[in-house]
Design a protein around this ligand. Structure first.
Ligand SMILES: *[C@@H]1O[C@H](CO)[C@@H](O)[C@H](O)[C@H]1NC(C)=O
Ligand SMILES: *[C@@H]1O[C@H](CO)[C@@H](O)[C@H](O)[C@H]1NC(C)=O
Ligand SMILES: *[C@@H]1O[C@H](CO)[C@@H](O)[C@H](O)[C@H]1NC(C)=O
Length: 564
């Protein structure tokens, strides 16, 4: 049934040239989410309807039912996302990306540490009975070149390489980042049975396995899962299943967590580099190639102490470091999914919802990112523990539509359950976070929009062994739940995970930030909202009446310049 012959060179190359054209156009013009200057004027100010006197009569538990944060210097009213007047957040009706069974699947041979492409013949006999003898080809996707250059590499590759046929349980070479496979009739090659794509987590070469095993047992792996534009309130409402999952033992919700920048880039940069836009902009211009490569990200710090590092984000065309920026010249981490996503986004059929690629080929674009995380967890948490720091970010459901979370909820929970089966929550620190809330649309226009926009969700999970070893961290997180915290505190908290295992480590460059403190340590009770300039002090002074009336006068002030 499977034979070796046939080339599809010209078709592929024309596609690639098309892409290059598209990409160039895309990069030069798209004004959807331009990074504005870092000073943004905000008008509506929030007022509270509970006076200090009234609040004094409430006990802590009652108080924190009404407030996320309540101190004399900072008060953040709690919004009940289940009261009337909130926009409906029911899941929209979508078809699954495909209901066909997979013709090709991937098998990992743990002993030999390689992947194989497996043809599911039984399925093919049933579902593709109409087709005569077929063959399957693969087209390789290799890492190396990052970001924009991946296109050029692909172009180069395709001018020298054509898809090749493969046989049952063909062994994937160890330098492949992924493959695109296509099965077609041998008698008529344009009758395609199925196209699909797979990314691989190849066993890292040149590592000291004994050291890795030792570190794997001692250092906590740190997994960050991000959902774009997801506020604390919207998360509770639109993702009830996942919300329930993160209320289990070991999870801490940071209710006083506030964003520090307008859109994704400044907020993620604060978490990953600890720097303000002014600080990283003073180092170089992110619109110039090579700039991002020269900055110190958390993954570099983790790498330096022996961690493997990973980063994957769906929607590769608008991803955080590439949208109107130059992206990375070199892959920033050991496991970098972007080149794979860029290629499949162009070669496979896509379906758009919420204004973005929702299905790419046979799967949600989101699934490629979380399947990649799953493979990493399988390989490095479950099978052969090695410490890993990874960031997995999804925007495709939620970036432009506050209802998207409802569609994502079940899928997301199912990944969490699978991760659980691989022992993720026995061993690793897991952080579920977002960059900001809805910045426009129904939720932002609601009278609680001021809070919606500024309060991204942040949930921190500590595994049992870690909680036992560091009771002070547990205590701190319990207190910090209702204290004002920011991205900079989270950055320092993530660094703490390194410092705990390397107490003498002193290579971090000191980033000036008087007001920042690790979120793993007890944060000051009386932080000024204003000092962090997350909320204006006057906001605090307002005498507020009740939850239903969190509203107020118009005032402008700048949010994002941190006191230095
Ligand atoms: C990009 O688009 C905006 C608005 O759509 C337009 O004003 C601007 O001139 C365009 N820029 C380029 C370089 O085409
Ligand atoms: C075979 O092809 C016919 C006509 O194209 C179609 O209606 C039928 O569903 C196909 N059967 C299978 C098993 O794919
Ligand atoms: C090959 O398949 C395509 C797509 O199904 C069809 O349009 C075409 O007529 C077929 N060619 C031959 C020679 O049967």
């Amino acid at each position: 049934m499977i034979r070796y012959n046939g080339r599809k060179l010209i078709y592929l190359c024309m596609g690639v040239m098309g892409l290059i054209f598209l990409l160039v156009n895309h990069v030069t013009n798209d004004s959807r989410e331009v990074d504005k200057a870092w000073q943004i004027e905000i008008d509506p100010i929030t007022r509270m309807n509970i006076s200090n006197v009234q609040a004094g009569g409430l006990d802590q538990r009652e108080l924190y039912k009404k407030f996320f944060v309540f101190s004399s210097k900072c008060k953040m009213p709690k919004v009940n996302p289940f009261v009337e007047g909130f926009p409906e957040l029911k899941p929209l009706k979508f078809k699954a990306c495909t209901d066909e069974p997979s013709l090709v699947s991937v098998i990992y041979d743990l002993a030999k540490k390689h992947y194989m492409l497996h043809l599911n013949m039984e399925k093919s006999l049933k579902n593709f009975a109409n087709y005569s003898a077929f063959g399957c080809t693969y087209f390789e996707i290799v890492p190396g070149a990052a970001d924009i250059e991946a296109y050029l590499l692909l172009f180069f590759l395709c001018s020298v390489k054509a898809p090749e046929y493969f046989h049952q349980d063909w062994v994937v070479p160890s330098h492949f980042l992924g493959v695109i496979v296509e099965c077609h009739e041998m008698a008529n090659k344009s009758r395609v049975l199925q196209r699909d794509a797979f990314a691989f987590v190849q066993h890292p070469k040149n590592r000291n396995e004994a050291n890795d095993a030792l570190r794997g047992a001692q250092y906590p792996s740190v997994f960050l899962f991000g959902i774009d534009s997801m506020s604390r309130m919207n998360f509770r409402r639109s993702m009830p299943l996942t919300s329930k999952f993160v209320r289990q033992k070991g999870w801490f919700e940071m209710e006083g967590f506030n964003k520090v920048g307008d859109n994704t880039l400044p907020n993620l940069m604060a978490i990953l580099t600890g720097r303000t836009p002014r600080q990283w902009q003073s180092l170089c211009d992110v619109r110039k190639p090579g700039c991002l490569d020269s900055l110190h990200f958390l993954w570099h710090h983790f790498h330096n102490v022996g961690y493997l590092t990973a980063y994957a984000e769906d929607l590769s065309s608008i991803s955080t470091f590439n949208y109107l920026k130059m992206g990375f010249k070199r892959p920033p981490v050991d496991f970098y999914l972007r080149p794979f996503l860029m290629v499949i986004g162009q070669f496979l059929q896509t379906v758009e919802y919420f204004g973005f690629k929702y299905c790419v080929g046979r799967r949600h674009s989101f699934s490629y990112v979380f399947d990649y995380a799953k493979q990493l967890i399988e390989r490095f948490v479950f099978e052969q523990p090695k410490p890993l720091f990874g960031l997995f970010w999804t925007s495709s459901f939620t970036h432009d539509d506050c209802r998207g979370g409802a569609n994502l909820d079940g899928l997301f929970l199912s990944y969490m359950e699978q991760f659980k089966d691989y022992g993720l929550f026995e061993k690793s620190v897991v952080i579920l976070l977002s960059d900001h809330g809805s910045r426009n649309g129904a939720l932002a226009e609601h009278y609680t929009g001021f809070l919606e926009e500024r309060q991204p969700m942040l949930h921190i999970y500590l595994p049992p062994w870690y909680r036992k070893l560091y009771p002070s961290v547990v205590e701190a997180l319990n207190l910090n739940r209702n204290r004002l915290s920011s991205n900079y505190d989270l950055y320092l908290g993530l660094r703490n995970f390194i410092e705990q295992t390397h107490p003498r480590m002193d290579y971090f460059r000191n980033i000036k930030c008087d007001q920042c403190l690790s979120i793993l340590k007890v944060l000051p009770f009386n932080r000024f909202c204003q000092r962090l300039q997350l909320f204006d002090l006057e906001f605090v002074e307002q005498k507020l009446i009740n939850e239903e009336n969190i509203y107020g006068q118009v005032k402008t002030y700048s949010l994002y310049s941190r006191t230095q």
